[in-house]
Design a protein around this ligand. Structure first.
Ligand SMILES: *Cc1c(COP(=O)(O)O)cnc(C)c1O
Length: 359
């Protein structure tokens, strides 16, 4: 072993879902939005002044912050923006999770949390969900150095009522509580009201799911001005220009297009509700989803097998080979046409298994 090798930071990276080269696949594996970004964002992109790339972008990300402020009726000193919510949350770990006590998050949750904890050398403990995958607020009644959980949770898609979210906040006034709302626009109620009420709460959202812009990389957080200032201090000590000029312009145009946003979200919810009945008919069970994906287990056919067979047919879903969830598929809600292809393929695979069993 070379001497310098000892000093390399050892991390086990987060593994994102596959991004296949082939664009013909039915891609239901990374919870992207099947609809294009807002036409307003497209116009902004078309009119983007390329010469502006000579200059550094606005380090305060002003146009975008102002547009988010307008949309959510918040003052801009309560808003932080970053390169996707992954960047925002990683920045939060760096800024707020510096206690000797462990940070808490659910044992079945966004698997990036433990990766950031390791990267930033933060102690953490995972609290157990109940047997139906619900978050138990009481499990957060203990000493901690901070709390983070998604609502709706991922990959379960289960939404927790705001009374329970507030209960966790009320019992943890001495810690920072982060609510990761990557999927909140698909039917849940945002905890954004708690940002005014409690100065230890951060609510994080993203352009990647409900706003069809995973590729542009924009996420944002709401919090008290003191928290936002702390985040900005860390950001300016790390990289002042996280938000590029092009993203700022396209992102603010998309944020201003409320009508298109509502239309897309409504379509996805409708497709999801239909998918629930189709999957039930095919013999699947799943926690009730308030997200743009469904976390489903089949009563007789193992998830690992379904995953491989779907892939052979050009349909990509997500499979996690982890305790308690290794018989589930996480299926993103696509267009009605994509979902029809999925149901058809599932039916074929499941029928094949059933006749195989009889033979
Ligand atoms: C998708 C997702 C994110 C991150 O999304 P970005 O693309 O980085 O904005 C954060 N949290 C959860 C739970 C997610 O599913």
């Amino acid at each position: 072993m070379k001497n310098w090798e000892k000093y390399i930071r050892k991390v086990e990276p987060y593994v994102p879902g596959e991004q296949p080269e082939n664009t013909d696949v039915v891609k239901l594996n990374t919870n992207e939005n099947p609809y294009p970004p807002s036409p307003k964002a497209y116009e902004a992109a078309r009119d983007f002044d390329f010469d502006r790339l000579r200059l550094y972008p606005d380090p305060e990300a002003g146009v975008l912050t102002e547009e988010i402020a307008r949309r959510y009726n918040m003052s801009s000193d309560r808003i932080f923006v970053g390169v996707g919510s992954d960047d925002v949350i990683s920045m939060c770990f760096m800024t707020f999770f510096n206690s000797d006590k462990p940070v808490l998050f659910p044992d079945i949750s966004y698997s990036f949390y433990s990766v950031w904890a390791e990267l930033h050398r933060v102690k953490y403990e995972q609290v157990s969900l109940d047997e139906n995958f619900n978050i138990i607020p009481e499990s957060f009644y203990r000493e901690n150095g901070g709390i983070i959980f998604p609502n709706p949770n991922a990959p379960t898609a289960l939404y927790m009522e705001l009374e329970k979210v507030e209960d966790i906040i009320r019992h943890n006034q001495d810690s920072i509580v982060i609510i990761d709302e990557a999927y909140i626009d698909f039917g849940g109620k945002s905890a954004i009201e708690f940002v005014d009420k409690y100065d230890n709460v951060l609510v994080v959202q993203t352009f990647s799911k409900s706003r069809s812009m995973a590729g542009i990389r924009i996420g944002y957080a709401f919090g008290s001005p003191a928290l936002i200032r702390a985040l900005n201090d860390v950001k300016f000590s790390f990289n002042s220009y996280t938000m590029n000029a092009y993203s700022l312009v396209c992102g603010s145009a998309a944020m201003a297009d409320e009508e298109y946003f509502n239309e897309c979200v409504a379509k996805i919810i409708k497709t999801r509700e239909n998918a629930k009945s189709e999957l039930t008919r095919l013999g699947f069970e799943f926690p009730d989803s308030k997200a743009n994906f469904i976390f489903a287990a089949h009563r007789s056919v193992p998830a690992a097998y379904l995953f491989e067979e779907l892939k052979k047919r050009g349909i990509y879903v997500r499979y996690f080979n982890k305790p308690r969830i290794d018989n589930y598929l996480r299926i993103s809600v696509g267009t009605d046409d994509q979902m029809k292809k999925l149901f058809y393929a599932l039916e074929e695979i499941i029928d094949g298994c059933n006749s195989g069993l009889k033979a």
